[in-house]
Design a protein around this ligand. Structure first.
Ligand code: HEM
Ligand SMILES: [Cu+2]
Length: 580
């Protein structure tokens, strides 16, 4: 291994084993198998969830109504759970397994623990999905029409909650798998800086451990026993607050893996090198510190939480823009460096020198572009006063289809074009489809999301099956003409996006079922950053310190309000259950 020497020289690579001419799947057969299994579940979830998305878009705009309206909520639950929770978590688990093993130059242990987390997550996913599909299929004696936020007093069959818990616990064990791989590496590499990709994985998982405490307590102590009938009443405010304790940081659990790709692979795909390794580490530490103490910004409308705490959450949220701005700067600077290496010049004309015909590059670059737009609508959501205008309208799905639905999802799809050959030893097939696919997603999402934002401003509610909203004039609609145009765009956007999902899955299927090639023609080395870790303070790698500070910030933000809710809940046990 070349790391020991290369750390002393300028700009070590983020890869322990830069010299290897083996493909990833040959060097790390166990990890590659784990990654493939995780991607498999992720892709199946993407296919089903994407189909549901299109059906929703067509139903709620009165374009094509093949569902009954109650079924709409079953589909919407399936869409949210399969895409926002299942597709993301499995893809991230695969990506992180790849990132840790490749950057440390080390296999995951591959013992029963490594297989147990994938098994747990998969069993949990199947349980939750079956419970949800019970809403459509009469033969399944369950239902879980509770949407992916499972607010009480909406109540699902216990199988749904147990499934969610298994998915969660599996992800915790996965994190342990990455940590112990890192600890084993540490024993042989004392005093070295943590390779960047592994650093990003560890910090993301620390954030995940801290934030999932909220939803774990919510489900295990309150919602699951309540759905099992162990107690009758439940406190909506407390359980919602615990949900959002987790619900904001989960968006960083989706985004930080996309950032991992943008920081470590995108510069290379652009033909250059990462601008600054140290800046990337600072950004991840900031996310660990700031992601959790902001959850109340989803509850501006909720009574029972003092305005002051909401204000603190808003202030923290605005600070959270900082690491995203740092990312925009670093990533664009790295892309510009790449473009100039490829002969680009001028203030902006270097953009033309980027490899716009490489699907992995295009997907990441377009995902970043739409993410910027999502950041702006996110600032509107985050403002305590502006939030009242858009709360619970279609504006909100308009926003998060740009963030999780594109920044994360399109990056994940794009990087699969680059990763799958390395994981299987097979050449990418269907390249022509792969080249169009990111552009199609970009177009579909621009249309869908813009229309959702506009519809939201006109007062179109989210989570609403009935297209009759379309026809009501006056009260909440500024004009039927504009509204029906918005509805049409939602339908068109939905069809374009689902076509994008189909093209992506087709390329994956063609590639995966292809023949093993003697050479896949993908160079997997990741070049060193222009400014490497030797230029940044070592304290950045002290993840125990950052985790400690993050815990203190959470206690400050949540201690008093949660304590109040628990005390109040003991006096007023809360709401009886409602069945949708
Ligand atoms: C084929 C592509 C997609 C289409 C056509 C689509 C369409 C839609 C529509 C129309 C809604 C709003 C329904 C309503 O509020 O009544 C929705 C909600 C949602 N979508 Fe998508 N979407 C797509 C992809 C994605 C992706 C990739 C993600 C995340 C990774 C995602 C996550 C969500 C979530 C979390 C909701 C909210 C569910 C709820 O309110 O409970 N969608 N989608
Ligand atoms: Cu949030």
């Amino acid at each position: 291994m070349a790391t020991a020497e290369s750390t002393e020289t300028a700009g070590p690579a983020d890869t322990a084993d830069t010299g290897s001419d083996q493909d990833y799947f040959e060097e790390f057969p166990v990890s590659a198998r784990l990654v493939r299994l995780n991607f498999l579940v992720a892709f199946v979830a993407l296919g089903i969830g994407g189909l549901f998305g299109m059906l929703q878009a067509l139903h709620r705009t009165d374009t094509l109504r093949i569902l009954s309206s109650p079924d709409y909520y079953t589909l919407l639950t399936g869409h949210g759970v399969l895409l926002a929770l299942v597709f993301t978590t499995f893809f991230i688990a695969g990506l992180f397994t790849w990132g840790v093993s490749d950057s440390l130059g080390r296999e995951l242990p591959g013992d029963w623990i490594s297989w147990s987390w994938w098994t747990m997550m998969t069993v949990g996913t199947v349980m939750a999905t079956v419970a949800i599909l019970g809403g459509l299929i009469d033969q399944i004696p369950m239902q879980a029409d509770v949407l992916f936020t499972f607010y009480v007093p909406l109540k699902a069959h216990p199988v749904f909650y147990v499934g969610v818990v298994l998915l969660l616990v599996g992800s915790w064990v996965a994190g342990f798998d990455w940590f112990r791989t890192f600890w084993a590496w540490r024993k042989d590499n004392r005093g070295e800086r943590i390779p960047l990709r592994t650093f990003m994985v560890l910090i993301t998982m620390l954030m995940w451990y801290l934030s999932t405490m909220g939803v774990a307590v919510e489900v295990l102590i309150f919602v699951l026993p309540w759905s099992l009938g162990i107690f009758e009443q439940i406190d909506p405010l407390l359980t919602r607050s615990l949900f959002w304790f987790f619900g904001h940081p989960v968006v960083y659990f989706w985004l930080m893996p996309a950032y991992l790709v943008w920081y470590t692979i995108l510069p290379k795909l652009s033909g250059g090198r990462l601008f600054s390794d140290g800046l990337a580490r600072i950004v991840f530490v900031l996310f660990l510190l700031l992601s959790t103490p902001v959850g109340f910004h989803h509850q501006y409308i909720d009574p029972g939480i003092a305005e002051g705490f909401k204000f603190v959450a808003m202030t923290n949220t605005m600070f959270l823009l900082l690491p995203s701005f740092l990312t925009a700067f670093t990533v664009v600077a790295s892309m510009e460096h790449g473009a100039r290496q490829r002969g680009g010049s001028g203030y902006l004309s270097w953009l033309r020198s980027l490899p716009w015909d490489r699907p992995a590059f295009t997907a990441c670059a377009l995902a970043g572009l739409l993410f910027a737009a999502g950041g702006f609508s996110g600032m509107v959501n985050a403002g305590m006063n502006l939030n009242y205008v858009v709360h619970n309208t279609l504006w909100v799905p308009g926003h998060f289809h740009l963030t999780v639905g594109t920044a994360a999802a399109l990056t994940f799809m794009g990087i699969s074009y680059w990763l799958l050959p390395q994981l299987t030893g097979k050449k990418l097939r269907g390249r022509a489809l792969a080249i169009i696919q990111p552009y199609l997603w970009f177009l579909g999402m621009t249309v869908l999301s813009n229309a959702m934002h506009r519809g939201g401003l006109m007062g179109l509610p989210r989570r609403t099956a009935e297209p009759e909203w379309n026809l009501v004039e006056g009260d909440f609609a500024s004009g039927v003409g504009a509204l029906s145009e918005v509805q049409l765009q939602i339908a068109v956007g939905g069809v374009l996006l689902f076509t994008g999902v189909v093209l992506f899955l087709l390329v994956m299927l063609l590639t995966w079922t292809g023949r093993q090639a003697p050479s896949i023609g993908v160079d997997r080395t990741i070049p060193p950053a222009l400014s490497g870790p030797e230029n940044s303070p070592r304290i950045l790698d002290n993840y125990r310190l950052w985790f400690g500070i993050a815990v203190v910030l959470v206690v400050i933000a949540y201690g008093i309000p949660l304590g109040d809710m628990v005390a109040d809940g003991l006096l007023n046990p809360g709401s009886p259950p409602i069945s949708p």
